[in-house]
Design a protein around this ligand. Structure first.
Ligand code: ADP
Length: 258
């Protein structure tokens, strides 16, 4: 492949001409393709909240707004700001995961307690109820507490996001030969079977028919799977369109705690 590079003078003011740059195809090009995809997804995802945010700031700057509207605009600005910040965090995380510079600080983490904490946090800010049902008590996994919390937060967030209008999300914790099984079940829009295989791919998003477009970057499940496999675990799903989804995590039980 080749591309055209403009040649400037030292002060970058005048363009002297164009340089044709040839490049070999191969690994580097595949990397470039990923990077291009990343840039186009990120810029697209950044533009929407940023435009909304600026629009509402502009409205706030008008003199004659009611107190009620002022509050409403501030809430929207806050929510969109948060979305921007989460998106950036996901992009940075996925880059770090890939380059292998993700440092895990593993300790023995109380699984049931951690899931209850996550559920409680979400219950405070969501009108949908997250119900935890555990068949085990003292379950410890050898894990990075922050990263594993991120896994559950992501699964719960998705369950809520993709089951609008439904009242409950269920989390079940159980024990199976040599591992703990954690299931996060929602009764929402579900995922067509032919899309299950690609769901954990970077940037992969399902365009759910019938539902209004729910926002996201397609990075969440990619990060979740990477963290889970880095902990020796697996993640699978069962789902039916219109009925809901269950994401099933299997985490190994640490040997000497048996
Ligand atoms: P996103 O930021 O798009 O939510 P994810 O990587 O978390 O990205 O999820 C990838 C895609 O998988 C989503 O776009 C969505 O279509 C689908 N998905 C994930 N979780 C669920 C769920 N609980 N119910 C229905 N669809 C889901």
């Amino acid at each position: 492949s080749f591309y055209v590079n403009p040649v400037f003078d030292a002060a970058q003011t005048a363009c002297y001409g164009y340089l044709l740059v040839f490049r070999e195809c191969g690994e580097e090009v595949a990397g470039d393709k990923q990077r291009h995809e990343m840039i186009s997804v990120v810029s697209h995802e950044l533009r929407t909240p940023l435009t909304t945010l600026l629009g509402y700031v502009e409205m706030l700057m008008q003199y004659d707004i009611t107190e009620q509207n002022r509050r409403r605009y501030m809430e929207i600005i806050f929510a969109e700001g948060n979305r921007l910040s989460n998106l950036l965090e996901d992009v940075v995380d996925s880059e770090r995961l890939e380059s292998g510079v993700f440092n895990y600080h593993k300790t023995y983490v109380p699984l049931v307690e951690l899931i209850h904490e996550a559920a409680e946090r979400w219950n405070l800010k969501s009108s949908q109820l997250i119900h935890v049902d555990s068949e085990v008590e003292d379950a410890f996994i050898y894990a990075d507490r922050i990263r594993i919390t991120q896994v559950f937060d992501n699964l719960i967030n998705n369950a809520l996001k993709y089951s609008p209008g439904k009242e409950v999300i269920r989390i079940r914790i159980a024990e199976e030969a040599g591992c703990y099984v954690i299931e996060v079940t929602d009764y929402g829009i579900g995922i067509p079977a032919e899309m299950h295989a690609r769901l954990f791919d970077k940037f992969y998003r399902v365009s759910h028919s019938g539902s209004r477009q729910i926002k996201g970057s397609g990075l969440g499940l990619y990060i979740v799977k990477k963290i889970v496999t880095d902990h020796g675990g697996t993640i699978t799903l069962t789902s039916e369109v219109g009925r809901g989804s269950t994401f099933r995590l299997r985490m190994p039980k640490p040997d000497h705690l048996d």
